[in-house]
Design a protein around this ligand. Structure first.
Ligand code: WQD
Length: 339
């Protein structure tokens, strides 16, 4: 049977590159597209080291509509997985217009080019951040949505735009995947998270404390109503997340309509839980200091994972120790990122 071709925007990024590997290993033809603003073309060689094949690549910005048209003119694309976008919460508060232009206008460009090319199957990289501060946990897909920063708002707006596109044309298939907290790395140590500058997120920061690049972990508050007072999140292995996209794109190729789906483990871990798991992974005691809460943080956030299990037959397999083990392995092998 003819291989289905999947365009992965943001394909050289953290989640995008892991998803390219999973797609290729699941028998799909992959085309990676990226503007390389926040990633490196060397990632494609790493993908080849893992899968034996280097995906076809377009260095294209989603703001370049003619560049997008060229991709669809030169290839028959069966579905798109759309990761490309800026993703730093704090930065989005400082430069909101850059986030709205890139994450909204860029995405609308993509959806218009898809429509004109007759490609109406999309898996969109959304985020649990659309839930804001939930009234209770675990969080179900039908919980109220509200965002507290421009980054989260661009995710919610993309969900709304794609719902409206489906309303206008029921030939579309739209999967809105709401990620919780992706961490970890491919077991080979060839792919992983390479943050720009000092990491905002917990695990990339801990990784730099573990390899001596940073002095200690700043724990943002221990006065939350959680078991040990520190923030609780649903950390999910990036390989589990990538596999969730394989299940989602398979479902999308077989069904029309819009589905919102949580991709999490359904388990919550506190900051100190993660720190201790990382200590086990790296075999060192990691210093930390308790500081004041970070503005905008919520106490607790973890997923109800029933819908992904029922609709996609997918559930996360890796536990927090394996996530930290794979993160540390990648960090040891790539102390200065992927070059
Ligand atoms: C996790 C916990 C912090 C750093 C964000 C985005 C979300 C998604 C994932 C893109 C919190 C604590 C953190 C540190 C700490 N990104 N922490 N010291 O804020 O849950 O989610 O990243 O899609 O959209 O909102 O992740 O890793 O920043 O924080 O104490 O140096 O770790 O307070 O409790 P967050 P995070």
């Amino acid at each position: 049977m003819e291989k289905k071709t999947i365009l992965v925007t943001g394909g050289t990024g953290y989640i995008g590159s892991h998803t390219c590997v999973a797609l290729m290993q699941a028998g799909y033809e992959v085309i990676a597209l990226d503007n390389l603003y926040n990633s490196n073309e060397v990632v494609l060689d790493r993908i080849k080291e893992i899968t034996g094949e280097r995906p076809k690549f377009y260095q294209t910005d989603v703001l370049d509509k003619e560049g997008l048209r060229k991709v669809f003119a030169e290839n028959h694309i069966d579905a798109v997985i759309h990761f490309a976008g800026y993703k730093a919460v704090g930065e989005s508060v400082e430069i909101p217009l850059t986030y709205y232009e890139n994450n909204i206008s860029g995405s609308v460009n993509l959806y218009e080019v898809m429509k004109d090319a007759g490609c109406k199957t999309i898996v969109f990289s959304s985020s649990a951040t659309v839930y804001g501060d939930p009234a209770s946990v675990p969080i179900k897909e039908d919980f109220p949505v509200s965002t507290t920063n421009p980054y989260g708002t661009t995710k919610l707006f993309n969900e709304r735009i794609l719902e409206d596109v489906y309303t206008s044309d029921h030939e579309w298939s739209v999967m809105l995947l709401r990620y919780f907290n992706p961490i970890g790395a491919h077991k080979s140590g060839l792919l992983g998270e390479v943050p720009n500058g000092t990491p905002n997120n917990l695990v990339p920061y801990i990784a730099r404390v573990a390899n001596g690049q940073l002095e200690y972990l700043r724990v943002w508050g221990n006065d939350y109503k959680t078991p040990d007072g520190t923030g609780v999140r649903d950390y999910i292995h990036v390989v589990d997340l990538a596999n969730g996209h394989i299940s989602a794109v398979k479902y999308a190729l077989e069904h029309k309509g819009v589905e919102k789906i949580n991709l999490g483990t359904g388990k919550g871990y506190s900051v100190l839980d993660v720190l201790h798991a990382y200590e086990k992974a790296c075999g060192k005691t990691l210093p930390y200091k308790i500081l004041a809460r970070r503005a905008g943080d919520i106490a607790e956030c973890y997923a109800d994972t029933e819908k992904a299990k029922k609709l996609l037959g997918w559930q996360a397999q890796y536990d927090i120790d394996e996530m930290c083990r794979d993160s540390w392995n990648f960090t040891l092998k790539n102390p200065n990122g992927i070059h």
